[in-house]
Design a protein. Sequence first.
Length: 389
Amino acid sequence: MKTQVAIVGAGPAGLLLGHLLRAEGIEVVVVERAAPDYVLGRIRAGVLETTLTDLLDRLGLGERMHAEGIPHDGFNLADGERLIRIDVAALTGREVMVYGQTEVTRDLMDAAPSRGLEVIYEAADLAPHDVEGDAPYITYTKGGAQHRLDARFICGCDGYHGPSRKAIPASAGQHYEKVYPFGWLGILADVPPCNHELIYANHANGFALASMRSATRSRYYIQVPLDEKIEEWPDDRLWDELALRLGPDAAAHMTRGNALEKSIAPLRSFVFEPMRHGSLFLAGDSAHIVPPTGAKGLNLAASDVAYLSEALARYFRSNDPDGVAGYSARALARVWKAERFSWQLTRLMHRFPEADAFDRRMQLADLDYIASSVAAQTTIAENYVGLPL
Ligand code: APR
Ligand code: PHB
């Protein structure tokens, strides 16, 4: 089989890139390891920058997002005594859209057949080949048979654990990684949110986050030690701790309910440079990971594929190599600024095991300064809504 662009991975990055390339008339095939339901089953953040909502609108795929998503013009930081509201709309003129990543992926997945976007699911043992030349290909097995897909370019949208980044020789790239000394325990429950906006709380016991999926479905998180066992957190204990960490006002409006999903995820910051090697490009989690504190993971995948689709369109439309040559540097400039914001907000809002009393007072002083400074709030707001492409 032959195409112009082979995309590895049908998560949000792979599917969004596939749609953007199809909209440019470029032949593309997406090859995904899992079945569609498995891809949709991953619970992930749901705060969309206009970076992403604009792309969905441009593709004519934003209808359900606008119908079911919740526009937010602000969010809150809590320091155990008060809510510090960051009025992103007033400070930046922009909002964010609360709409689950699963729903974004579902919208992209459902629209693929009508847009001529071929997605091959349940493709096992995928391997990229000859990525340093101009005739790369991938091999995979499906239905017990070995398959080969030849392409001019391969786009690795296969996440942190996928094969694409590993196809780049160690000597040709540079890893940057920070693993945080704690994880997030998340719960999904069919209960109304405790606040109409998100609350990020820094409590002496640790971080907590009150988020949502809709007016009747909430998503909460608490920071837990890395070696924490989910069995140690029955629902009641988790609701008690959330009420304590989020503060009295949130607790007074909190509705408890049975967990539809409950899991612990580690936090890391990770970047691989460059995001291109020969005819292989990396986009999304295959190239970078952010701690979920800043809700940047999905939005960075969107900016990567916005840059990459533009670069590939220039190549196939005008045989202009400059876009693909400049993709990595352009994408990394935005990636590193999002890494910075996510790392800073994580440091501000979490209790680090090695932190002493002075460190705690620095966090509280930081939050007190933010509460009193429009300049400080504007800095946070412009990063939260997403820096320009
Ligand atoms: N062969 C084919 N597909 C693969 C392989 C493989 N060997 N390995 C991984 N994949 C697929 C995964 O099954 C997944 O569907 O690649 C896809 C990668 O999707 P994501 O991990 O969601 O990454 P991305 O599309 O970059 O989206 C980033 O997703 O994980 C969240 O927090 C992250 O919000 C961020 C967003
Ligand atoms: C979520 O709703 O899952 C969510 C929201 C904001 C974050 C992280 C996760 O920063």
